[in-house]
Write a protein that binds this ligand. Structure first.
Ligand SMILES: C[S@@+](CC[C@H](N)C(=O)[O-])C[C@H]1O[C@@H](n2cnc3c(N)ncnc32)[C@H](O)[C@@H]1O
Length: 346
């Protein structure tokens, strides 16, 4: 998801939330007629059955796609063997609250390498609609600060309450360079599909790491590049798809390679044990979820599936960045009182 679309999409989403006055439940107990969530919204139409691909009815004008949306006990789920925890979540909830790629799949992949202990204090930075915060609270018993800039904390609070994790999720609106937390407060900081918007500054990781206790873990998943684009992005990402949408816009400049992220983080004295790797089949998970969004009609803007399928992982992937907080103390260069404190303000 890219900036100009997102700004417009945020307005649409906020409007829709106001009108709707409630979200699809994450939980199973309330039965609804097949194809509808409990609040009456249309969900992906799927054949009932085991874990097999389902032929989804999609909007007029687009061609039917095979995507993994299955039914279990009349409840549609988006199931992937790679992501067993996420597979238990309601498809309507995931599709209704998505802001691009499937955030739960990405977070579950991150958590394979970033263990979260019960009761851990976790910052979910750029949490969007807080699905990942709910997931961290539910799956690991974490206490999560769900921080986002563009999304309304009132709505994220409602989602946390509906999901039954009101005691473990605290929604806040904050900008990533002006976080209202004490240094050393968090056991872990995670960020899913957001860090590329604010974290490409060489010094940003220094700033963010200051909110972790020594030994605390920093974990990020971002869309990234398989290889450097010396001669620019390939044609199949820059030409309009059949729906008119161009995948590659100006903000895609913030998509970096694993090597570039490694260099950014490894240079910081505030993090150690830095590793960056690419998600196996990341592009396929991305395009399949785009197809599921298309099929369900829950897209905030036109699908990128066609471009991702043409690319087939030659350019685009998801990158997982991990690091551990060292004990080094540092200055906060984003602190507006720094000049005063340093005695430079006279
Ligand atoms: C593509 S959305 C992803 C949201 C969510 N993590 C998910 O995957 O569903 C990117 C999010 O980054 C947040 N974001 C962008 N710039 C930010 C900043 N400077 N400070 C805090 N959050 C920011 C936006 O508010 C937005 O919700």
């Amino acid at each position: 998801m890219f900036l100009p679309e997102l700004t417009e999409a945020c307005h649409k989403a906020a409007e829709a939330e106001t009108l709707k006055g409630g979200g699809a439940s994450i939980e199973r107990p309330l039965r609804a007629p097949s194809g509808r969530s409990i609040d009456g919204r249309v969900l992906p139409t799927v054949r009932k059955g085991g874990r097999k691909n389902a032929n989804i009815a999609i909007r007029p004008g687009s061609r039917p796609q095979e995507v993994d949306v299955d039914m279990q006990d009349d409840r549609p789920v988006l199931a992937r063997p790679e992501f067993p925890r996420s597979s238990r979540y309601d498809a309507g909830w995931m599709l209704g609250n998505q802001m691009g790629p499937n955030a739960l799949w990405l977070l579950e992949w991150l958590c394979e390498r970033l263990p979260i202990a019960a009761g851990a204090r976790v910052l979910d930075l750029g949490c969007g609609k807080a699905m990942t915060s709910v997931f961290l609270a539910k799956e690991f018993g974490a206490h999560v600060h769900a921080v986002d800039l563009w999304m309304d904390p009132d709505h994220n609070w409602r989602r946390a309450v509906e999901a039954g994790v009101a005691d473990r999720v605290c929604p806040l609106r904050a900008e990533a360079h002006a976080l209202p937390f004490a240094a050393g407060y968090f056991d872990a900081i995670v960020s899913i599909d957001a860090f590329h918007y604010f974290g490409t500054d060489l010094l940003y990781v220094d700033y963010l790491a200051r909110f972790l206790r020594p030994g605390g873990l920093l974990g990020v998943v971002v869309p990234g590049l398989v290889r450097p684009l010396a001669s620019g992005p390939p044609l199949w990402l820059t030409e309009p798809q059949s729906n008119g949408k161009v995948f590659w816009d100006d903000s895609c400049r913030s998509f970096l390679t694993a090597e570039a992220w490694r260099t950014l983080w490894a240079g910081s004295p505030f993090v150690s044990a830095v590793s960056v790797d690419a998600q196996p089949d990341g592009w396929r998970h991305w395009s399949d979820f785009e197809r599921a969004i298309e099929a369900s009609g829950t897209g905030l803007f036109p699908s990128d599936a066609e471009a991702l399928e043409k690319d087939a992982g030659r350019t685009m992937t998801f990158l997982r960045l991990l690091g551990s907080r060292t004990g080094v103390a540092g200055e906060n260069f984003y602190d507006p009182t720094l000049g005063l404190r340093a005695g430079a303000e006279r």
